[in-house]
Design a protein. Structure first.
Length: 1042
């Protein structure tokens, strides 16, 4: 079946085939489809008839069911098995039902990606009581699923858990246990104000509606948390790495499990003294390095020594390339890499925020540049136990030289492994040969393991002979007589010689894998058989992990690679097959990579990053680079995304697509000046430069506008050209950057040119984005009919998008802005929610979250707006201290929403306002560093909002005193607002807040003299406010709701 069916049932139902809404008109037919899609197994016709038409006679109920099934068969028949007696929904690979995925979601993150609202929100069929009963039960089941996930999280303080706790408490406002977890999560996230507000709201609700007080556990939690919660995430006076910026990066307990110590499959032999020595050193030294040759057992010793040392994390760097070392460590420790800062900064911040712990860093010999990173890590208070074949260049380290096992221990290890290979092996009878073999292996555990595996192929005495030793060796000084590397090579070459040709070819080919492989990948790349892989496992050359991946020890891989290099033609052919294998893997998951709500692709591809990096060095294919780059963005490896494009640019020249990709990576790293330069260079390379002078921009606006008018009046079919889509994407980035910096001429010129460029291509997502951007500009400019026309063009183009793309996600954000200003609040909410859930761009996700808060504010749902602003603040504060959706805006918006709610303590609002002022000051102080350019208009709007909110709070707190100060603030805020240009009249709340303040002042009792003195000024202010609000409503019908 080539079609795809998408049923989004969490929230208002959204049913689509191939991305287009299904044509099912009957409400009961739609309800029937939803019921079938969420229930397992075949359902009888009698059951279905009774479910939706049970109030009718049986014959009529069955007839109605037949009509409904006929409609379903016509629209979605490919997903239904309809027989004479039963109907069954077929949830195959071409179908996505969010409800089904939620029922098997095992993590909070998975559930949140699916959640859009309550199950079948808004669905109500009055004449179907059986369906209503099922719907109530299913909604309750969904609530319990979410509640169980929340309880399992333990309130760890992550943003995801806070979001889930808010959802669960909204679904059941009287669930005290969920409220306690919300309070605990907010407290651990550093949001004291929100935690206390949560308690106060619960207390008020229980008292007003149930006549009870919170449970003793809830009251105790409030008192317990109070001393440990601080109103701001970071004390600017602390002088820490993030002082004054509000940055934070955390390692969630759930994430730490990914770096847990491996569980060895067998007991450690002969290292008891070394284990005690290393544990003692780790207890008093910051860095301990276990140094020794490959195969000597450094990793196994490190695991044994670290076990029982408290908080421990283990990360192996085998096969990790130098440029990926920092991000590998950060990802495996669960550090959030979404903030646009260097991964090292985020890693150090996360480690500094954790209790002192021990990091076991394995296989560091090939990463000399990483030594400086270790030196930085230990300054955070973390201890490091490292393994390496070389000494690390880290000051103050303690080096433990790991030697081969002494003769008795080596013989004991060989005997234990020999019994595995040959259960009838008698170590006492073969004592002389065992001693000789142990001496020949120099006591290297890996060599002993390989040698023991050879007993499947030959007698013990023959093995001793082949390893190049004899019984006379026993009288020498022991294992150290022969060089250890020679011992290991001897054992390997002996094992190699005993392998059959298929096994040798397979092992040599397996050496190209950078991070292990699956069975299917091994067979495809090596061209071998499963039997050959089994033989390699039997010979201890290959290891099958509990996660069903094949891995080769780094030293064996090195030796095998040397054999592969003996035949350059074969080596190149294997590398090409390896690159092709992972190119196909990337292609298979390419559509899902663009959809953040689909977590399968990053889970599958994330474990293959080392292989993908290796494959890219061979491939060089532009399509491979595009997929690899997108994967880096999806995994938030922004520095790596920038590096791979930059390196390819250096080799291939100034290709427009590469310049645009490099600009996008720079944008994600908040290097906005670099992003502007690269986007401009992309247009230059296309021969379509964007002017930078005022006169040039004016001419570009007029020319692009005229071209668009002609195209709309004379819609001749344009010939598609390859430069159009590239230009459209570069112009979209330039317009976005200009918007952040309030450079209106550049934004308008780029947006109009983007419109014309997108129409030169065939990509509906690029056209949808361009149309949506222009519709929003037209709406804000007061051209409602033009905005409606281009909004319709965007919607039609979006319906043609075959799979999610970032351009489509940005189009939904722009459509939401237009819908909000036009008063289509529900459509705006859906657009913002979809954009937030699916975008790969954290900055856009914050935009969408903030606009959901603005939508609630415009609708007058101030409680919801305050919560959404708090959620957006949590996103913003964990990412960057100042941004287009920065914390200052969230805090100011939250204060404005709280001022409109009854029962909110004045002290809480003052705390939020104080944080808003501090955040605003930090934003301005760090403007240059963060690449911001707010300009005088944005500063004026923010100052007016803060003045107005502070005056309203003062009047609310003490209505009889301080009126003169409040009136003075009102005059200053009005004066600031009056200076705003007509083209940038400010935000709605800037004027609505002033109007509400004026009304509040009019109700304050004053003497007759005072009233007379202010009468003229009040009237002038009222006229100015009325005129501005009237203009707002004229341009933005949605503002009328406020």
């Amino acid at each position: 079946m080539g079609d795809s069916l998408t049923l989004l049932l969490l929230g208002p139902p959204d049913l689509a085939v191939r991305g287009a809404p299904v044509g099912i008109r009957s409400a009961k037919s739609r309800a029937l489809l939803c019921y079938l899609a969420t229930t397992d197994g075949p359902r009888t016709r009698a059951e279905l008839a009774g479910l939706l038409w049970g109030e009718r006679p049986d014959a009529k109920a069955r007839g109605s069911l037949r009509l409904a099934l006929s409609e379903l068969r016509r629209e979605v028949g490919g997903w239904l098995d309809i027989t004479r007696d039963h109907v069954r929904f077929r949830a195959d690979d071409g179908c996505f039902v969010d409800h089904r995925h939620l029922t098997v979601a095992s993590t909070v993150a998975q559930a949140l990606r699916l959640w859009r609202g309550e199950f079948l929100d808004g669905v109500c069929i009055d004449d179907a009581p059986a369906f209503a009963g099922w719907l109530d039960g299913e909604r309750q089941r969904v609530r319990l699923l979410l509640r169980d996930l929340l309880l399992g999280s333990g309130g760890d303080g992550s943003g995801e858990v806070v979001r889930l706790a808010r959802i669960v408490t909204a679904l059941d406002p009287f669930d005290e246990e969920a409220h306690r977890l919300l309070m605990l999560s907010l407290a651990r996230a550093g949001n004291r104000a929100a935690a206390l507000t949560c308690y106060d709201a619960l207390h008020h609700r229980l008292s007003a509606e149930l006549g009870i007080t919170p449970a003793p556990e809830t009251q105790a939690l409030r008192h317990t948390l109070t001393p440990d919660i601080h109103p701001l995430r970071e004390d600017p006076a602390s002088g820490g790495p993030d002082a004054g910026r509000g940055f934070t990066s955390r390692v969630a307990p759930a994430a730490r499990g990914r770096a847990a110590l491996p569980v060895p499959g067998s007991a450690l032999v002969g290292r008891e003294g070394e284990v005690r020595q290393v544990r003692e050193l780790v207890g008093r030294r910051r860095v301990v390095t276990l140094a020794g040759p490959g195969g000597v057992g450094k990793t196994r010793l490190a695991i044994a020594a670290a076990d029982g040392c408290g908080e421990v994390a283990f990360v192996s760097f085998a096969g990790v390339r130098s440029e990926a070392a920092v991000t590998t460590l950060a990802r495996r420790l669960g550090v959030d890499l979404s903030p646009p800062r260097p991964a090292l900064d985020l890693l150090l911040s996360a480690l500094a925020a954790r209790p002192p712990a021990l990091l076991v860093l394995d296989n560091l010999e090939h990463l000399p540049a990483f030594d400086a990173v270790i030196a930085e890590i230990v300054r955070t208070g973390v201890r490091v136990l490292a393994t390496s074949r070389r000494r690390l260049d880290v000051p103050g380290q303690e080096v433990v030289e790991v030697e081969g096992l002494a003769a008795p221990a080596a013989e004991a290890l060989f005997a234990a492994r020999a019994v595995r290979a040959r259960p009838t092996f008698d170590a006492d009878r073969e004592a002389a040969s065992v001693a000789a073999i142990s001496a020949a292996t120099c006591g290297l555990p890996l060599a002993i393991e390989l040698a023991a595996g050879l007993l499947r192929a030959m007698p013990c005495a023959e093995l001793a002979r082949r390893l190049g030793t004899d019984h006379g060796l026993l009288s020498t000084a022991g294992p150290a007589v022969r060089p250890r590397h020679a011992c290991m090579r001897t054992v390997f070459e002996t094992s190699w010689s005993l392998l059959g040709a298929p096994e040798r070819e397979a092992l040599a080919a397996l050496s190209v894998f950078g991070g292990g492989c699956t069975l299917a990948q091994a067979l495809e790349v090596t061209g071998t058989t499963p039997q050959a892989l089994v033989g390699l496992v039997d010979q201890s050359m290959l290891h099958l992990t509990p996660s069903s991946r094949y891995e080769v020890h780094p030293l064996i891989r090195q030796y095998a690679a040397a054999h592969l290099a003996e035949d350059p033609a074969t080596r190149d052919a294997v590398r090409r097959r390896h690159a092709a294998c992972f190119a196909r893997l990337l292609d298979r998951h390419a559509p899902a990579l663009q959809d953040a709500s689909d977590d399968e692709a990053p889970n599958v591809l994330g474990v293959e990053m080392d292989n993908i990096r290796t494959a890219w060095t061979v491939s060089g294919d532009p399509a491979f680079l595009d997929r690899y780059w997108t994967l880096c963005l999806r995994l938030r490896l922004y520095e790596e995304s920038a590096a791979i494009v930059r390196d390819h640019l250096a080799r291939t020249g100034r290709a427009p697509g590469l310049l645009r990709m490099a600009g996008t990576s720079a944008y994600q790293l908040a290097r906005e000046g670099e992003a502007l330069r690269l986007a401009g260079q992309a247009l230059d390379a296309l021969g379509e430069p964007l002017p930078t002078t005022p006169a040039g921009l004016a001419a570009a606006i007029l020319t692009a506008g005229a071209r668009q008018v002609v195209h709309r009046l004379l819609p001749l079919r344009r010939r598609a050209d390859a430069a159009g889509p590239e230009a459209a994407q570069a112009l979209a980035l330039l317009a976005r950057l200009a918007y952040h910096q309030q450079d209106l001429p550049t934004m308008l010129a780029a947006s109009l040119r983007q419109l014309n460029a997108a129409e030169r291509g065939t990509d509906p997502a690029l056209r949808a984005e361009a149309y949506a951007n222009f519709a929003t500009i037209a709406r804000i400019a007061g051209r409602g009919r033009l905005a409606t026309r281009y909004g319709g063009l965007s919607d039609r183009a979006l319906a043609l998008v075959p799979h999610p793309t970032e351009a489509a996600h940005r189009a939904r954000l722009s459509r939401g802005l237009d819908q909000l200003h036009s008063g289509a609040f529900e459509e705006a909410r859906r657009s913002f929610a979809a954009g937030r859930a699916r975008t790969l761009d954290p900055r856009m996700a914050e935009n969408c979250a903030g606009m959901l808060a603005e939508t609630a504010l415009w609708q007058g749902d101030f409680a919801r707006a305050a919560d959404l602003f708090a959620e957006t603040e949590e996103l913003s504060v964990t990412r960057v201290g100042g941004d287009d959706i920065g914390r200052h805006w969230c805090l100011t918006g939250r204060a404005e929403a709280l001022l409109r709610l009854d029962g909110v303590p004045a002290g809480h609002i003052e705390e939020v306002l104080t944080a808003a002022r501090a955040s605003t000051d930090r934003r301005r102080a760090l403007a240059t560093e963060l690449g911001l350019r707010d300009g005088p208009v944005m500063r004026t709007i923010q100052d007016a909002r803060l003045l107005t909110a502070s005056a309203r709070l003062a009047l609310r707190h003490d209505r009889s005193g301080g009126v003169a100060e409040v009136r003075g603030a009102f005059v200053r805020a009005s004066g600031l607002a009056a200076t705003l240009p007509t083209a940038q009249p400010g935000m709605l709340e800037c004027w609505a807040g002033l109007a509400e303040l004026a009304w509040a002042l009019a109700t304050v009792r004053e003497s007759a003299g005072a009233l007379a003195a202010h009468r003229d000024a009040d009237r002038a202010a009222a006229r100015r406010l009325h005129a501005c609000l009237a203009r707002w409503i004229g341009r933005n019908p949605g503002a009328a709701a406020r």
